[in-house]
Design a binder for this molecule. Structure first.
Ligand code: SF4
Length: 276
């Protein structure tokens, strides 16, 4: 577990982002403290729209106490958090007192770790670090992210996060731009995967999208095979059309069983370290 002093130092450094935010690769430089809003629309408060102990994550993580923060730097049309993901005014304010009480409750429910999810937690790093800095007895910290953060985000999380769970969503920039309205996606995510692997334990997730086996799954698989052949790879196969997915014809239906079987076979043939 990171020392209290380390967490206090990181929290202090993170506060500087309020005046000129460069936490994610939009790098908009918004002065969030004065009310300016970047593409994520976040201010200085992080809000929790749900927290509960869940068993749907990778086997080595469950039961996991998930903290869902509203607001995100991506705009994925198929987001299962729907409006909560994109409106950072939703939920209750994350405070030290709330976090301490919630962590104590999570332990009574058998949680093995505390997992920050979204929306996207990266846009709220200063608030999260400030709240964590007050907690004396922290569980293992898991950080589930879209991995669109800027390098400074990972510098601030170094020594605080024990396990990164990276959502590698798209295998090419065109799909990322069309479906999640984000630029330079692949180079950012692959850079961040290498940073995270140096820092902490890492799980790479990919949610199989209908009709995206060739354009997204295969390039991701090939990149991992070449660059990170031993990384833990979690293949998520429960896609359902949520939020605004029907705006994209290929995303309007659940994933086919045949696509899932083909992807799992390809991942196995590639020798990936598939953990789920
Ligand atoms: S998190 Fe990203 S989008 Fe949001 S204010 Fe910071 S740099 Fe801009």
């Amino acid at each position: 577990m990171p020392s209290l002093q380390h967490r206090l130092n990181q929290a202090e450094l993170a506060r500087r982002q309020w005046e000129h935010c460069l936490l994610c690769e939009h790098r908009c430089g918004a002065n969030r403290a004065s009310g300016e809003r970047g593409p994520c629309h976040a201010g200085v408060e992080a809000r929790v729209f749900r927290h509960r102990v869940e068993c749907g994550e990778e086997p080595e993580l469950v039961p996991s106490h998930l903290f869902y923060l509203s607001g995100c730097d991506l705009r994925c049309a198929f987001c299962i958090a729907e409006a909560n993901a994109f409106d950072p005014s939703r939920g209750r304010v994350l405070t030290s007192e709330f976090l301490q009480r919630a962590i104590a409750w999570g332990k009574t429910q058998g949680a093995r770790n505390l997992q920050w999810v979204g929306g996207e937690p990266t846009i709220h790093i200063p608030s999260i670090l400030a709240a964590l800095a007050t907690c004396a007895d922290l569980p293992t910290i898991v950080w589930k992210s879209d991995f669109y953060g800027a390098p400074v985000a990972f510098e601030l999380l170094a020594g605080v996060v024990d396990v990164y769970v990276a959502d590698f969503k798209f295998g090419n920039d065109e799909c990322a731009d069309r479906i999640a309205r984000v630029e330079n996606y692949c180079s950012v995510v692959t850079r961040n995967l290498k940073i995270a692997a140096e820092q902490s334990d890492l799980i790479v997730r990919h949610l199989l999208l209908p009709g995206h086996l060739d354009c997204c799954f295969r390039p991701i698989m090939e990149w991992l095979k070449t660059e990170m052949p031993n990384v833990k790879f979690s293949l998520r196969d429960g896609y359902q059309p949520r939020w605004q997915a029907r705006r994209h014809s290929e995303l309007a239906f659940p994933i086919l069983r045949s696509e899932v079987e083909q992807a799992r076979q390809l991942a196995g043939e590639a020798g990936l370290n598939v953990i789920a």
